[in-house]
Design a binder for this molecule. Sequence first.
Ligand code: SF4
Length: 251
Amino acid sequence: MTNLKDNFLRVHSYESGGTVDGPGIRFVVFMQGCPLRCQYCHNPDTWNLKAGKLIPAQDVVDEVLKYENFMSFSHGGVTFSGGEPLVQKGALVPIFEELKKHNIHIALDTAGTTNIDDVTLNLLDNTDLVMLDIKHLVSTEHKHLTGMGNEKTYAFLEVLKQKNIRTWIRWVIVPNFNDSIEYATKFSELVKQYPNVELVELLPYHQHGVYKWKELGLDYPLKDTPEPEKETVKALAKVLEDFGIKTLYAK
Ligand code: SF4
């Protein structure tokens, strides 16, 4: 049994008024720590769990509740993002429980890279929406891109189905890596097996975070990779739509 006063969270930053991290207007908590090393990561400054600010769980709740009225007015809520929020899942459990007492809509922006244990299951009991990143369908390719295979992501997706948790799948489109029509077809076939998946969000790869890699003294591996053309994104979305899957992307 955990409670708020015993828990602390390593937080990178807050953002109020977020409009791209779930429905409505969102308060976003960007958390420290990530087990992945995505080659296109735009937040490499969240990787280190020991960085960021150590904040009492109660303070995180209080910060979210400051925006309670405007979240409810816009049918929004709070989104826990990162980094990988599940790295600190134990501290999130009492935070989610408290926020649910206030009827706050809670979204989790994750790659699902965690073990399925009681803590994960408890957390999901108070999660309204999961935005799950599937970085590549093939485990070896996933490992090439992120440093880890995709087995945990798939196991997480399976639990979301069993618990019938509303899920948005996020697909970051990287040219010459996961942007073919054939890949989109396989993606659609996967998604169709999960009735809890409400839509697929297509996110064109971009280089907005490159300056952070420089600041950290890291070499950016995808510097020669262009951003995908709008027409490509549209064509991939059409494949999903032809399977009857709802899509979300910047037109
Ligand atoms: S999962 Fe997110 S935060 Fe972690 S390395 Fe990948 S893009 Fe960066």
